[in-house]
Write a protein that binds this ligand. Structure first.
Ligand code: F6P
Length: 306
């Protein structure tokens, strides 16, 4: 997020535009928590996790009165355009706001969940993926030494990208993801494959949705009591830490592209990346369309976990 704030700030200043940081997202726009940035405002930030602008969920922005207050501050500070970095919630806010008020809005995809349509990757996703992989590498030492089945719970809200890809990266035996909720019971499939035929321990990554890891661990304890089961919930450590090179570069490219988009006169689009090329996606599509998980990834994990 910071790498992106830095890129937007500096790309705007490069064009001789003035740039203002709005603290705590929509909430800060309502409260007038807005400060002019210069190039030094974003010095020494590219390597830092979290966001120097802070963030908040704003209930008030969901109301027309809240959005009217936000627009008043836009006029007060003389803002000509907004660049919004965030996930589904932030961009849904952008969509509503842009439909009510005449101001160009550019969205940038910032979420570890990678669940925005029209971009191959979102800012923060790769860093979270690497963090999860490193954690699972460490958990594996216990799983292996003690002959245990570990259910490791991974974030992602309604999306299984983090779970599926970190399972492949960490060499896990299975991933249980929301997108694969067919009639076939994913746990039974995993057990049915013979979890311990060739191995003495197993690691299963489970998306946080629908009871997450606890739910599946409890089921194994009830249905297959012969196994020694443990649960690890990775939680918010997945959202922190210094970003990977991939994320820093992605955030920098998207941040610069957001200013290019404004120069071109684009409005109400999210800037994304597809096949390593910058693309514009209408915000309405980015937040509403389903981004499917490639079935090939599910296949790869299945083949490699024998
Ligand atoms: O959307 C990003 C995300 O990290 C999800 O993966 C997770 O479900 C949620 O946010 C956690 O939000 P909070 O920090 O408010 O509990």
């Amino acid at each position: 997020m910071n790498a992106c704030i830095r890129a937007v700030t500096r790309a705007a200043i490069f064009e001789d535009w003035r740039v203002f940081g709005v603290y705590r997202g929509w909430e800060g726009l309502i409260m007038g928590d807005i400060k002019e940035f210069n190039s030094a405002s974003v010095s020494n930030t590219i390597q830092r996790g979290g966001t120097i602008l802070k963030t908040a969920r704003s209930e008030e922005f969901r109301t027309p009165e809240g959005r009217a207050k936000a627009y008043k501050n836009i006029q007060k500070f003389g803002l000509d355009a907004l660049v919004i970095i965030g996930g589904n919630g932030s961009l849904a806010g952008a969509q509503v706001f842009a439909s009510e008020y005449d101001i160009p809005v550019i969205g940038l995809p910032g979420t570890i969940d990678n669940d925005l349509y029209g971009t191959d990757s979102t800012i923060g996703y790769d860093t979270a993926l690497n963090t999860i992989m490193e954690c699972v590498d460490k958990i594996r030492d216990t799983a292996n030494s003690h002959d245990r089945i570990f259910f490791v719970e991974v974030m992602g809200r309604d999306a299984g990208f983090l779970t599926q890809n970190s399972a492949i990266a960490a060499g896990a035996e299975a991933a249980i993801i929301p997108e694969d909720q067919t009639d076939i019971d994913q746990l039974a499939t995993f057990i049915g494959r013979g979890i311990r035929k060739s191995k003495n321990s197993s690691i299963v990554l489970v998306s946080e949705k629908d009871g997450g890891a606890m739910h599946y661990a409890e089921r194994v304890r009830q249905e297959y009591p012969q196994y020694n089961v443990k649960v690890s919930i990775l939680g918010h450590l997945q959202r922190g830490g210094s970003p990977t090179a991939y994320d820093r570069i992605l955030a920098s490219r998207l941040g610069v592209a957001s200013i290019e988009a404004l120069k071109e006169g684009q409005r109400n689009v999210m800037v994304g990346i597809k096949n390593d090329q910058i693309v514009y996606v209408p915000i309405s599509r980015a937040i509403k369309m389903d981004k499917p998980i490639d079935k090939e990834l599910i296949n790869v994990l299945g083949i490699l976990s024998i």
